[in-house]
Design a protein around this ligand. Structure first.
Ligand code: SF4
Length: 380
């Protein structure tokens, strides 16, 4: 028997899981060596006891049942919730918040935390998923992060059983399909592992979401990063390809590699060329491309392959063909959260506001790359 640890949620979820209930089955990352990753550095990985996870699910169920009693026509009555809150013990506050948040978001989806839940023994994961489904049969989607290295080593039978128990979407941090980039970044996987894992997830009839990191090859490996990532994804044909651009905060190994000139980061312009090359080389796949991360320069480079391929390439070409001054306005406006789409450059008042900031901060085409690095730090 484990010592009960109380309700827990981890620090990270994908942007697309903002409305999901977070259920933590492991703590931190069992690999934790990726040079670009700041998330779990300095922490130790551990598995949570199955009974603790079950207890978390039961707490959520208890709160949801009480919240449901306060609703009229599905709408929460604030006064009744306040009364409920007044009765909550201190140790139940976190689970009550999680339940209320999930209920407000219609209880559609659950995200299993932390970085690589598939490392849990398949039988244990099946027990947890089955309990979750039994408690909340209305859930449409249960999702988790997983490493390709781990999935490549799970038997197809076990993966199928995990799917049958309810896990129906997996997010994999592919980051790159280039072995040289993966090695430099200490990702601990190869292109072959990525392809094997991706195909197994699809074989298990789970939705597959692959995260790609523009800029990860730096200047030296940008070309290989674009082409070999496209090659890997062409062999996998995932349901989703999600862009999440590289950022380099201090305190991560890649920061030191940059200081020591082992790694030279790409400029925005180089990343734009890189994404263009990658998208141009997607062939024979039907994936949905999303760009829902705040660090991405192009939020509107999204769509479904192959129909939207030319449209996405056109957006990047539009940016590359702007004058240097116009490019600066877009880069700075985007990083300040003032501009989301290239088309907004047509709005005179918005242009004027961004130009004022550029003047105040002395940002010009010559200094923009350094300034962008400073602005990006605000989002990390
Ligand atoms: S496997 Fe994922 S969470 Fe773990 S260090 Fe690498 S990027 Fe970070």
């Amino acid at each position: 028997m484990s010592q009960q640890t109380g309700f827990e949620q981890g620090p990270i979820r994908p942007p697309s899981e903002a409305n999901s209930l977070l259920i933590r089955v492991t703590r931190n990352c069992p690999w934790n060596h990726c040079a670009f990753c700041p998330v779990y550095k300095g922490t130790r990985f551990s598995l949570r006891a199955v009974e603790d996870v079950i207890s978390d699910i039961d707490q959520i169920k208890k709160h949801i049942q009480r919240i449901q009693l306060t609703t009229k026509d599905g709408v929460i009555d604030r006064q009744s919730i306040q009364l409920l809150w007044n009765q909550i013990q201190a140790e139940e506050e976190a689970s009550f918040h999680a339940a209320l948040n999930w209920f407000s978001n219609k209880m559609v989806s659950v995200f299993i935390q932390d970085a690589n839940s598939l490392i849990v023994k398949p039988a244990h994961l099946v027990t947890i998923l089955t309990h979750l489904r039994n408690c909340f049969p209305e859930i449409k989607r249960i999702t988790s992060y997983a490493r390709s290295h781990t999935i490549a080593r799970i038997s197809q039978d076990d993966l199928n059983q995990i799917r049958s128990a309810g896990l129906n979407r997996i997010h994999i941090g592919l980051e790159s399909g280039s072995d040289a980039v993966l090695k430099l970044m200490k990702k601990g996987v190869t292109q072959k592992d990525h392809i094997k894992a991706g195909l197994k997830v699809k074989q298990a009839n789970m939705e597959l979401s692959e995260y790609v990191m523009p800029g990860l090859g730096g200047q030296d490996l940008s070309h290989a990063h674009a082409l070999e990532t496209a090659d890997a994804l062409n062999q996998i044909n995932p349901d989703f390809i999600r862009f999440r651009s590289l950022a380099i905060p201090s305190g991560i190994p890649l920061y030191d590699m940059t200081e020591k000139k082992i790694f030279t980061p790409c400029t925005d312009m180089a990343v734009a060329h890189e994404i263009h090359l990658m998208i141009k080389n997607f062939k024979g796949i039907q994936s949905v491309i999303t760009s829902d991360h705040v660090l991405n320069l192009f939020e509107d480079v999204q769509g479904t392959l192959p129909d939207d391929q030319q449209k996405m390439l056109g957006i990047i070409e539009h940016f590359l063909n702007l004058s240097p001054q116009e490019q600066v306005l877009f880069q700075v406006g985007r990083r300040l959260g003032m501009i989301r789409f290239l088309s907004q450059l047509n709005q005179p008042s918005l242009r004027e506001q961004v130009q004022t900031v550029c003047n105040q901060m002395n940002i010009t085409p010559e200094t923009v790359d350094m300034s962008i690095q400073r602005l990006i730090q605000r989002f990390i």
